[in-house]
Design a protein around this ligand. Structure first.
Ligand code: C5P
Length: 401
C-alpha cells in the first residue's frame, strides 16, 4: 500500500510516543521508508536507539549537530520526504507549528517543510480543551495540516476524555488514505449545506435551532483541501469561512434551496445543514407589537426539503448525495428510513441527545449508512469525521467514474 513512500516521522514529547514504535513497524511493513526526528521531549519517552532499530535509519535529534547539518541538513530531511508525520503531536509542538517557532530540530523541520503534514495530537484532556490549543488547531487546519485523532479514552494521567493519540493502526490507515489516489478530488465539484436556518416571524424575530455549522464547515474544508471546487451554502453561524471554499450565505430554508439549485450541477452534495422544518406561514412585515391582548398565534407551514430536492433533481442530480440524520431516539432505524424517504445515497446518522454534547460541541459519534449497510465510526472530533467522510466521497466518486 505504501511502496516507495518516504515518511519523515517527528516524535514529540508525550507518553503516547510508545505507540509510534508500533506505527513505524507497520508503516515499514506496508512498504514505506521511515526516517525519524526525535524532539528533546520525545527523547524522554522513547530512545533514539529504539527508533533507529525499528526504522533502520539514523535518528536525527539535534539541529546544531554539525555532522547532521552538513550530511543531511533540516531542509534536506524534509525535501526527501513525501509526507511529514507528527506522532505524537504534543500541545507544545502544535503551538510551535501554529506560531512558526523554530527552537529545535523538530520545530525547525516543521517550519521549513513544504511537504504535506499529518499530525496525531496527543495530550491531556484539559490541554486539548484549552482555548489556546483549539485556536492553534484551527489555524493549522486552515493552513492545510491534516489530523488523525485524537480519540476519547483513558489517559496515562488517570483521567478520561479527548486527547488520547490515535492507535498505530489508525495512523497507518490515515497515511494510506493520504497516499491513495482516490484521496484527491481535483476536477470535481462539491456542494455542502451547513448551519441552521433562520425563519422570520417579523423583521426582528425568527425561529432558529442550535446547529453550530461546525460539522458542515469542516466537511466543506476537507473537500476543498482535497482539491474539489466546493460551494458552501450556510445559514447564520459563528464559524470562520473555510479556506478555498466558495461561500454563499443565506438565512432561510427557501434561500438555501435557491442557492443550492444555483450551485448544481455538482459531483457530490452533502446536506449537513439543520434546516428548519417549518416556517411561519406569513411573516409579519412590521414588528408585532405587544398590545396587552392575547399573545400572537403563529401558524407554521412546511419548508422545502433541500436534501430531497437535490436527490430528486433528475438529470442535475449529483452522482453522490449525502444527508445527515440527527436523531435523539432509535437513531439507526430512523436514519435508514430517512435514506429511503429522501432518496439520498448515504446518510450520516448521529445521536444528538443532550447527553452526547454533539449539538454545538466539538465531537461526534456517527454511523455511515450506505446501500451496503451500516458502518459505526468511533467517537471523533468533527474535523476528523469530515476528513473520513471526504475520503469516502473521493473513493466513491473514483469508483463510479
Ligand atoms: O428530516 P430531517 O430534517 O431529519 O433530515 C435531515 C437531513 O435532511 C439533513 O441532511 C438535512 O440537511 C436535510 N434537510 C434538508 N431540508 C429540510 C430538512 C432537512 O435539506 N427542509
Amino acid at each position: 500500500m505504501l511502496n516507495g513512500k518516504r515518511i519523515l516521522l517527528i516524535v514529540s514529547g508525550g507518553i503516547a510516543a510508545y505507540k509510534c514504535l508500533d506505527a513505524i513497524r507497520r508503516l515499514r511493513a506496508e512498504g514505506a521508508a521511515v526516517r525519524c526526528v526525535l524532539s528533546q521531549g520525545g527523547a524522554r519517552f522513547v530512545t533514539p536507539l529504539a527508533l533507529a532499530a525499528l526504522s533502520g535509519e539514523k535518528v536525527y535529534e539535534d539541529l546544531f549537530q554539525l555532522t547532521d547539518e552538513s550530511e543531511m541538513g533540516h531542509i534536506r530531511l524534509s525535501r526527501e520526504a513525501d509526507l511529514v508525520l507528527v506522532a505524537p503531536a504534543s500541545a507544545n509542538i502544535l503551538a510551535k507549528m501554529a506560531h512558526g517557532l523554530a527552537d529545535g530540530l523538530a520545530a525547525t523541520v516543521l517550519l521549513a517543510t513544504d511537504k504535506p503534514v499529518l499530525a496525531a495530537p496527543a495530550m491531556n484532556v484539559r490541554m486539548w480543551n484549552n482555548a489556546a490549543t483549539a485556536a492553534n488547531l484551527e489555524l493549522l487546519r486552515q493552513r492545510g495540516v491534516l489530523f488523525v485523532g485524537p480519540v476519547e479514552g483513558d489517559m496515562a494521567c488517570g483521567e478520561f476524555g479527548f486527547g488520547r493519540m490515535a492507535e498505530a493502526d489508525d495512523i497507518v490507515a490515515a497515511v494510506g488514505d493520504f497516499f491513495r489516489s482516490g484521496g484527491r478530488l481535483e476536477g470535481r465539484r462539491a456542494l455542502v449545506t451547513s448551519g441552521p436556518t433562520f425563519e422570520a416571524i417579523d423583521p426582528v424575530r425568527y425561529i432558529a435551532n442550535r446547529s453550530s455549522g461546525k460539522q458542515g464547515h469542516a466537511i466543506a474544508a476537507a473537500l476543498a483541501r482535497r482539491g474539489a471546487e466546493t460551494t458552501l451554502v450556510s445559514g447564520p453561524t459563528h464559524e470562520p469561512d473555510p479556506p478555498g471554499v466558495k461561500m454563499v450565505r443565506v438565512e432561510s430554508a427557501r434561500q438555501m434551496l435557491a442557492a443550492c439549485q444555483a450551485a448544481l450541477p455538482v459531483d457530490a452534495a452533502v446536506c449537513a445543514a439543520a434546516v428548519a422544518d417549518w416556517r411561519v406561514a406569513e411573516a409579519a412585515a412590521r414588528k408585532i407589537k405587544k398590545t396587552g391582548a392575547s399573545a400572537p398565534v403563529l401558524t407554521l407551514i412546511e419548508n422545502p426539503d433541500i436534501l430531497s430536492a437535490i436527490a430528486k433533481a433528475g438529470n442535475r442530480r449529483p452522482r453522490l448525495v449525502v444527508g445527515f440524520a440527527a436523531e435523539t431516539d432509535k437513531v439507526l432505524d430512523n436514519a435508514l428510513a430517512k435514506r429511503q424517504a429522501k432518496g439520498c445515497d448515504w446518510i450520516v446518522a448521529n445521536d444528538v441527545s443532550p447527553s452526547t454534547g454533539a449539538i454545538g460541541g466539538d465531537a461526534n459519534t456517527v454511523h455511515l449508512i450506505t446501500v451496503e449497510g451500516v458502518e459505526n465510526w468511533p467517537r471523533m472530533s468533527k474535523p476528523a469525521v469530515a476528513e473520513r467522510l471526504a475520503q469516502r466521497i473521493s473513493e466513491a466518486l473514483e469508483a463510479a467514474s
